[in-house]
Structure formats: C-alpha cells, structure tokens
Design a protein around this ligand. Structure first.
Ligand code: SAJ
Length: 440
C-alpha cells in the first residue's frame, strides 16, 4: 500500500517524534492535538517536550510544509493514534482482596471518534497507545464501524506498540524492531508498508491482540526486574551489605542481569502498563501485582533511609536534586522523586527541589528552587533522586562551599563515597549498609 498523507492524533512524547519522522521521510503529515497550548506552540515552531534532536528535525519538517498541526483530524491515507492511556486516579478495581488501578481509555475513545468523520474506504488506522489486551478489537474497531465501514474489509486496522526510550527516541524509532498486529493479515501488511517508510529495524507482522500483549509484557518484565533489584537493596541494608557491589558481582554470571535499585519506578509506561494485566486478569497476575506494590512502596523506603541519615525529619531542610522520573528527561509524570518529596513533607521536612530539565514546572505542594545554589542554601541534607548527567559530575568540594549541609543521600549510586567523604560529607547510599564509612 502507498501512503501520501497521514494524520497523527496525539502530539506527545510518541506522536510528535513519529509525525516528525514521517514528514522527514517525505510523507505529508497532519498532526492533531486537543491541547490548544500544544497546538499553538507547535504552530509557532516550538516543540513542547524535551527530546534530543527533535526540535531541529521538527523545524525542518514545518519549514518544508510537509508537517502541519491543528486540533482537528483531516482526510488522510492513514491515521495513527498516539494518545495517553494513564490509569484512573479515583477509581480502583478489586478482586479477592487485591485492589488494582484501572486504565483510563477516554483519550483513545475520543481520538478514535474524532477519526469517524474523515475515515474513508481503503484507509489504514493504527493504534500505538499502550492499551489493555483486546482494545483494538473490542474498543477501537466497534467505534470505527459506526462509520458503516467494516474494519478489516473496508479499512485496515492495526495495533503497533511504540517501544522507544525517552531520551533516545529519534534513534530508536528508526533502529528498533517493530511489531505490527493487524486485525487481518492484510491490515498487518498495510501497517508494515507504512512504517517501512523510515524503520530500519526488523518489522514483524502478527495479530492485534498479540501485539498489545507483547507491549505490556515488555514493560511488565522490566517492572518485575526492577522490583527485585529494589528488594535486594532492602535486603542488603538488612544484612550489612553494599547492594551495588553485590549486583556487580552477581552480574558477572553469564545468565544474570540484575537491574538498578532506585527511588521507585516512574513514568507513564512501566509504572502504568502492568496494571493493564492485573485489571484484565487479576487471578493470573499475582507476581505482577506484587512487583507493582514493591516499586510503589520504594519511595517510603527512601524516606526511611533519609530518616536514618538525618534523624527526626520535622523542620529539617532538604535539598532534593532531580524530580524527573528518570535521568536526562524533563518528564515528571508518575515520578517517584516527586512522591519522595511529598512523603518527606508529610513528615514535616522542608524540601526545596531542583529539577534542571524542568526549572519552571509547577507541581502542587512542591517548592521548586530556581537553581541549584538556592536549593542548597540553608539545607541540612542533600538528597539525590535522579542521576541526571549534570548531577553525576557535581564536585563535592564546590557543593560544600555552597551549603552548610554535611549529609548527602544518594539513591541512585552515582556519587563516589571517597570523594564526598573527603569533601566533608557523610554520604549515605541507597542499598548500601556500609555507607557512610564513618559510621562503620
Ligand atoms: N528504573 C530503575 N532501575 C533500572 C531501570 C529503570 O529504577 O534499572 C526506573 C527509572 O528510573 C524510571 C522507570 O524505572 O523511573 C522506567 O524507566 P525505563 O528507562 O526503564 O523505561 P521508560 O519508562 O522510560 O521506557 C520504557 C521502555 N521499555 C522497556 O525498556 C521495556 C521503552 O522501551 C518503552 O517504549 C517505554 O517504556 C514505553 O513507552 O512503554
């Protein structure tokens, strides 16, 4: 199948790079977003997210005239839906005493409905949003069928998960293998033809529900693996061990690859997607559920660590470094760092937070510093929550000159204990019962 024009619904972390990439490869692209501020910013040539390399590629696409943006879909050969599928914040499901989060599919529903007036015979519709198993056949197809066109016969319908890592999206969009699940083999083939425009990785055709499951399985596996790393950190502290050293040694085994403990699992993917399995089949998801619980509880473990390092938390001033959900991104969604700050404040601590990737972010109940120095000023302790590159290279001697704090807590294992100790700090590391050395 040949594609001259496509329409991408949802211009966020996935939709915007995807739309830009198609335009950069000669396809006429119309991007749609329901947020007027996003549309306005993009129409003015400015991207609203931080992703290396994207701004310049986007500018070129806009200048070439191949990429346009508005709030309404237009007729096209193919439609890609890349809208958020978060979980509901107020409603929960329950099964045999297990309380689980529920997927909020409103954005997928309304994006699909928005396509209805412009859907034509022979079109291809692709859902990219991570979705519970069977969403394509049970939610998207019935909505599109309201057009009187039949899914699979009059138009093609696919599910194709995005698998790109924020921070490396442009490279991974091209190089990663793609899975395309069609509701018919012909749909999958049409999906392949579209993504082959720029994908250099292998493209695998399958059915839509398998593709949905593949996506959730990937992120669930990572969640479970991080949960076990977080449990190892707790166990190491109990047994007087440095978990980072233990992990390094365990990973010398040819078939072991333990991930990194940290303050918890955040972002809009890994902390959300496993719930899609738990919601769909709680009777078969007990391990997945437990892993979610371990990771969601990790911010509490960090707060306990801080308490052990500085004693009573009430009225203690803490400089919290990093709010993003992971290193070198500006995304604060479901960030464990933010959760740690809220919990510390609940205990009466006074937290001043510095996030270099989102210095102007407004977060309810979080006191944002305007720069590193003002976060450090008057602090009793420094708490590192995200291993942004610029935090990794901080010079403890220079930090010591900017603050009276002499206690530092590193939850992500990037500061070198000897360096911080010789600069006068007691450095406490998450998962390391051996730090600080002076306490041995
Ligand atoms: N984290 C740890 N320890 C680790 C690795 C990560 O605590 O060893 C934490 C991070 O700090 C972060 C969270 O886990 O809070 C998730 O970060 P991540 O880098 O593992 O993943 P995401 O959410 O940025 O991207 C994931 C990727 N999925 C997998 O690696 C299986 C990406 O390929 C997906 O495209 C993306 O989810 C998505 O959109 O689903």
């Amino acid at each position: 199948m040949k594609f001259k024009k496509i329409c991408v619904l949802g211009l966020g972390y996935i939709g915007l790079p995807t739309a830009t990439m198609f335009a950069a490869h000669g396809i006429e692209v119309h991007g749609v977003d329901i947020n007027p501020r996003v549309v306005e910013s993009l129409q003015a040539g400015k991207i609203h997210i931080h992703e290396p390399g994207l701004q310049s590629l986007f500018e070129e696409a806009i200048k070439s005239g191949r990429l346009t943006v508005s709030s309404q879909p237009v007729e096209a050969d193919a439609f890609i839906i890349a809208v958020p599928t978060p979980f509901q914040h107020e409603k929960f499901g329950e099964h045999n005493g297990i309380r689980f989060k529920l997927a909020d599919m409103r954005a997928v529903t309304s994006a699909t409905e928005a396509i209805l007036p412009v859907l034509r015979k022979g079109n291809l519709v692709i859902l990219e949003s991570t979705s519970p198993p069977r969403t394509t056949v049970k939610l998207v197809a019935p909505i599109l069928t309201r057009s009187t066109l039949q899914a699979g016969t009059d138009f093609h319908l696919c599910y194709s998960p995005e698998r790109v890592l924020p921070g490396q999206i442009l490279r991974e969009l091209v190089d990663n293998a793609r899975v395309i699940g069609g509701i018919t083999p012909e749909s999958a083939r049409a999906g392949r033809d579209l993504y082959a425009t720029f994908v250099k990785g292998e493209i695998h055709e399958t059915d839509a529900t398998t593709a949905e499951m593949v996506k959730i399985m990937e992120n669930t596996t990572r969640d479970v693996n991080i949960a076990i790393a977080n449990e190892f950190a707790r166990l190491a502290e109990k047994f007087g061990v440095d978990v980072w050293e233990a992990i390094r040694l365990a990973n010398l085994h040819p078939r072991i690859n333990i991930l990194n403990p940290g303050p918890g699992v955040g972002g809009h993917c890994i902390s959300v997607d496993p719930w899609f399995f738990v919601e769909a089949a709680p009777e078969f998801s007990s391990l997945i559920y437990q892993a979610r619980k371990v990771n969601d509880e990790q911010p509490n473990f960090v707060v306990e660590k801080v308490r052990r390092a500085i004693g009573e938390l009430k009225n203690k001033k803490i400089a919290a470094l990093g709010l993003a959900y992971k290193p070198d991104v500006d995304d604060l969604r479901e960030s464990p760092a933010v959760e740690v700050i809220h919990l510390l404040q609940k205990e009466g601590a006074i937290v001043h937070a510095w996030e270099p990737f989102a210095p102007n972010a407004k977060l309810e109940g979080v006191d944002m510093a305007s720069d590193l120095d003002s976060a450090l000023k008057d602090a009793d302790a420094i708490l590192l929550l995200v291993s942004h590159s610029q935090f990794r290279t901080l010079n403890p001697v220079s930090i010591a000159s900017k603050t009276r704090a002499r206690i530092a807590i590193d939850t992500v294992n990037v500061w070198k204990p000897e360096q911080w100790q010789s600069a006068g700090f007691a450095l406490h590391r998450l998962g390391d019962a051996k730090s600080p050395v002076s306490n041995l």
